[in-house]
Design a binder for this molecule. Structure first.
Ligand SMILES: NC(=O)c1ccc[n+]([C@@H]2O[C@H](COP(=O)([O-])OP(=O)(O)OC[C@H]3O[C@@H](n4cnc5c(N)ncnc54)[C@H](O)[C@@H]3O)[C@@H](O)[C@H]2O)c1
Length: 471
């Protein structure tokens, strides 16, 4: 009986396969679906790219800060420890925020910076001063781009907190302004300087992982304790209005550096998918005392990206739900593997490891992480030159364990030595474009979307990602 029944069902299945719903033959072969394309505006006449841009050396980097809420004052504090700098001016819409930040500077025994506050446009006066070289922007996301553009238009370099731009229009405006004014426009992506990330990047650049094929990154951070403190509730409002991965840069930045994006490879196509929005509307009820049936940002957003050279990237975003903090940071190479969260680990083909200098090398296998002692020895052997110089000071001064200090220090170092910055405006563009492009994919049934070439043809001009060092 059972035998007969199963024969019956198999028969139905086969007849369906054979007759009712024939599967077209071509679906088994690779089929090219044309991705959705977004327009790439032509480079304005007379303008050139700013890849490896260098600008005249600055003896002292004179800085003005705009945006002194939760994030800005810690940057001001860090800058009081960086040699060759002068904090000239501070601006926040709220006078009390500007005054508090001024105290950080005077408490460090430095001259009181000029203050700008009290009006929506006071920051413009800061940008218009003629004794500032760099404008450092740490406001809410919606103000970033207009402030960066105005700073460059007034002869200043711009350093902008993450994400520096929220739409393709804003991205192109920053690129065009940087190219036109020949001023640096750097996104303040601190996570590329963290200790495991830079060490692993160094290992990758020395070939320890073979060919890096796949990388993962994420921003999984339950923001429960922060929601009530954002100025004017800007962050929750933004998530309420926009679908897609609106905060991709912490996960994507380190991933792109591992893959030499716009230095020999480029992101070509992406596909994004999100869950429905459940916690977001609850947060609106809790903090804004209203219903939000229109809440746009899904609780969890996933993005898959394929590169010109056939590599893949997986990025995730969830700031709503209870999960341990994770930026993921994972890489798969032909000869090794690295993973940062929840535990830092490496795995290698045994012949990748120099057995003379590494303890416990006889315990290596290709299907488990290397023992702790091996990991420690490797991490010390491959410590990045930036960390060799700065780790001790950075850990003392702090800022997410030291990486924020390293970011600021490197920015100053490169400006003082007339070197290209570690991150250029095209990095900014590639890491920020996720907001608009993932939204486009999701709103079109998770369709593939083409990632524009923000360098407008020059993504292959530089061979590999590298940090600049003065001679
Ligand atoms: N890289 C990191 O690790 C990291 C960490 C936290 C925040 N951030 C980024 O830093 C930025 C600021 O975040 P936050 O948490 O400090 O937000 P926040 O709301 O605490 O601060 C924003 C500040 O901007 C000020 N502001 C608003 N409009 C202004 C205007 N017109 N002129 C001058 N000031 C104005 C507000 O008064 C407020 O003090 C965001 O871009 C955020 O994503 C980055």
């Amino acid at each position: 009986m059972i035998k007969n029944l199963s024969t019956f069902f198999v028969g139905i299945a086969l007849s369906c396969l054979a007759g009712c719903t024939p599967i077209p033959k071509e679906t088994t072969a690779t089929k090219e679906y044309a991705p959705l394309e977004v327009p790439v505006p032509e480079r304005p006449a007379g303008q050139q790219d700013v890849i490896e841009l260098t600008t005249p050396k600055l003896d002292t980097v004179r800085v003005g800060f705009i945006g002194l809420g939760m994030r800005g004052p810690s940057a001001v504090e860090r800058w009081t420890h960086i040699p060759g700098t002068k904090i000239v001016a501070l601006c926040d819409l709220l006078p009390e925020n500007a005054e508090k930040a001024q105290k950080i500077v005077t408490n460090a025994g430095m001259e009181a910076p000029a203050l700008y506050s009290g009006s929506e446009d006071a920051w413009k006066q800061l940008c218009e001063r003629n004794d500032i070289d760099l404008v450092y922007i740490a406001t809410d996301w919606k103000h970033h781009t207009e402030m960066g553009i105005y700073a460059m238009e007034h002869g200043k370099h711009a350093a902008i907190e993450v994400p520096a731009a929220m739409s393709l229009d804003e991205i192109w405006a920053l690129i065009n302004t940087s190219e036109k004014t020949r001023k640096h426009c750097m996104q303040l992506e601190n996570c590329v300087y963290d200790f495991f990330e830079l060490t692993t990047l160094n290992m990758a650049q020395k070939g320890l992982f073979g060919e890096v094929l796949h990388v993962e990154g994420s921003y999984i951070h339950n923001l429960e304790e922060f929601w009530p403190y954002y100025w004017n509730n800007w962050r929750l409002d933004y998530n309420r209005e926009f679908r897609g991965d609106v905060y991709a840069t912490h996960g994507l930045g380190p991933a792109c550096q591992l893959l030499n994006i716009h230095r020999g490879d480029r992101m070509k196509t992406l596909v994004a998918m999100d869950t429905k929005a459940v916690t977001g509307p609850e947060l609106v009820k809790q903090y804004q005392k209203e219903e939000a049936p229109d809440f746009q940002n899904g609780d969890h957003t996933m993005t898959f990206i394929r590169t010109e050279n056939g590599k893949t990237i997986h990025i995730q975003h969830d700031v709503m739900n209870p999960r341990p903090y994770s930026r993921m940071y994972q890489l798969t190479g032909t000869k090794g593997f690295a993973n940062k969260y929840p535990i830092e680990q490496y795995c290698f083909r045994p012949d990748q490891i120099d057995s003379t200098s590494i303890p416990d090398h006889e315990n290596l296998s290709m299907h488990s992480a290397v023992p702790e002692k091996v990991k420690e020895a490797l991490m010390s052997q491959y410590k990045h030159p930036i960390h060799q110089e700065l780790e001790e000071t950075a850990k003392k001064i702090g800022g997410h364990g030291g990486m924020d200090f390293i970011m600021d220090y490197r920015l100053v170092y490169c400006l003082r030595n007339g070197l290209p910055l570690d991150m250029d405006v095209y990095d900014l563009a590639e890491w920020c474009c996720m907001a608009d492009l993932t939204r486009l994919s999701i709103e079109n049934g998770n369709a593939p979307v083409a990632v524009p070439d923000f360098t407008r043809g020059n993504w292959n001009k530089v061979d590999g990602y590298h940090h600049a060092f003065a001679q």
